[in-house]
Design a protein around this ligand. Sequence first.
Ligand SMILES: [Zn+2]
Ligand SMILES: [Zn+2]
Length: 396
Amino acid sequence: MEYVPGSGLKLRKLGVAEAQHMLGLTYQTGGVVRRNYKQACEWYIKALRNGNGFSANNLGLLFSQGEALPDIPVDFERAIGYFKVGSLLGLVRAMESLTLHYFYFGSRTLATVWYTYCLKYNTMNITLRELFSGINVLKGFSVEQFEHELDQELQNSAMREFVMVKDYDTDPNGIERKRELRCKILGLSYKSGGLAPISKSDIIIEHRTSVKQAKEQIPKITLSITTNPAKLFPVASPNLIGLKPIAFKDMDKSDKDKIYEGFAIKVKVVEDAIIGFMTSIHLIVEDENGDLERVYIYNYPHVDASHDEIGYGCAFTIVNPYHRLMTDGKWAIRLDDPNLLIKHPQIRDVDRCRYCGKGKSELKCRLCKRVSYCSKLCQTKDLKELQHDLICFKKI
Ligand SMILES: [Zn+2]
Ligand SMILES: [Zn+2]
C-alpha cells in the first residue's frame, strides 16, 4: 500500500515504523476507512516489530478493552506484555497505562511500583497524580534494576521478539544504550527518552519553502490546515496561576489530538512567520530544551505589525497548548484563541544566529542584509544544510 488511507500521505515519506503505526491508528479510529480492530492490531504489530513504542501502548489498550471491541478477545496477559514492551522502549504513556491497569484490575502493590517508575520518567498524567495522592511511593527504587528485570522477564516471554538487542547486560546505562542501538538498527533518529521522528532540518526547510511560496504568491497545493476546523477547545478558561510548565518532548505522540489543560509552554520564534498567506499564521518555535515545533495561530491580525509581536525572535507562552496531529502526519500546536498567548516583548531576540541560535550575532547575509550569523561557518551551514536561499528576501 502506497498511501495512508484518506490522508494523501505517501508511506515512504514517513519512517516505516511511523507509517505502520499511522495505519494502525487509522483502522482503530475509523472515519476515513471502516473501523477494523483486527487490521489495526496487525499494523501495530508490524510497527512494534520496527520498534514503535506507541503501537505497543495501543495494542495493550486494545487487548484490555474487552467486549466493547468486536474481534479482539480480552487478554490481560497480552495487554500487560505490550505495555511492558512500550515501557522498555521509553514510552511514558505505556508505563502510565499499565499503572492504571494494575490500579483498577490488578494489585495495588504492583500499581504503586509502576507509579514510582512513572514518576522517575516525570509523568504528566493528572489522573495518576490524583489517584496516588496520599499513597507513599517506593523509596530506593532503582530504574536500572527495574528495567533490567523487566527486560529479562520479556526476553523469557511471548514478547521476546519485540525486545531484540541483548548485549547491554553489563552496562549500567544499558537500557539507554539499548534504545539507541534499536534506533540505529531500525534507521530511526535517536533521542534520549524517546524517538524523534522528524529532524530539525526537515521542519526548517519545509517552513522556508512555504515562506518562499508565500513571497512569490504561489498558491499552496495543500490547504488542509484551513479546511480542518478545531475539534477540541479548552474547557477551562485560562487561569495563569498554578500553570505547570510543559515541553514538546513531554507531549504524548500516541493520541491524535490533545489539549494540555493547566499547562503552559514557553517558546521563541526561530524562523520567519508566514503572515497573510493562509487562514492561520505559521510559525516555527523552539522550547526551552531547544526542541522545535510548528505553531498555527488563528484569529490573529494578518498585518505587517504582527511580525513585531509574534514574528521572528519574539518570545511567548502558550497556555493550554493544543497538540494536534496534522494531516501530513506530523505534529503541530494549534492556537485558536489569541488570549491563550502571553507575549514577552522584553525578550525579543532578532540578532540570534540563524543557524546555531547564539545571541548578538553581527555577520549579516550580504544579499538580503536581513539575517545574522555568529560566524562564517554558521552562515555556510545555514546556506548548505538549511537552504537559506529560500528566505533570502530583503523584506519578509
Ligand atoms: Zn551561529
Ligand atoms: Zn540572505
